[in-house]
Unconditional design. Sequence first.
Length: 170
Amino acid sequence: MDNLENEPDSVRDFSYHTSILDEVSRVDNAIYRGVISLLLSRSIRDFGRNRKNLAAVPWQDMEDHHIYPKQFLRPYGIKGERVNNIANRTLLARNTNQQIGNTAPHVYLTDPRIIGPEPIQPIIVGHLIDPDVIFKPFTEAVYDQFLIDRSRKIINGIKDAVSAEALAEQ
């Protein structure tokens, strides 16, 4: 069958597995970059008081943010890929990321000095984060639930963006 639209085979035959995010933890990884691009395409806004659209923020003024900060998780023995996984990452304005520091999300997302007076829930939903999970006080079980839920939301975002279902692992 002729490819009348001159669509590359890699696009026409694109597929991915539900485990695609399991070991994505490096910023130089193509899947990592794709997820960040997916988030930016959703017009995500900063968590900070000004709620800037991050697609309009210069790259040098943005930072890769660990939603559950690395230093916060370290005393619980959580480190490596489990901390750096793309499901625990998003972009924020540099100054917001610095204000958050090593604080748990259920704390910094309720601190009006950081987020301002407006409700934060619509902003975090845009980042594919479930408010019902992220506002729970930290336990390892809550963190695991967060990673599973956010990974599922990212996979669904990929599915919607590429109009292709993920293949189940065998």
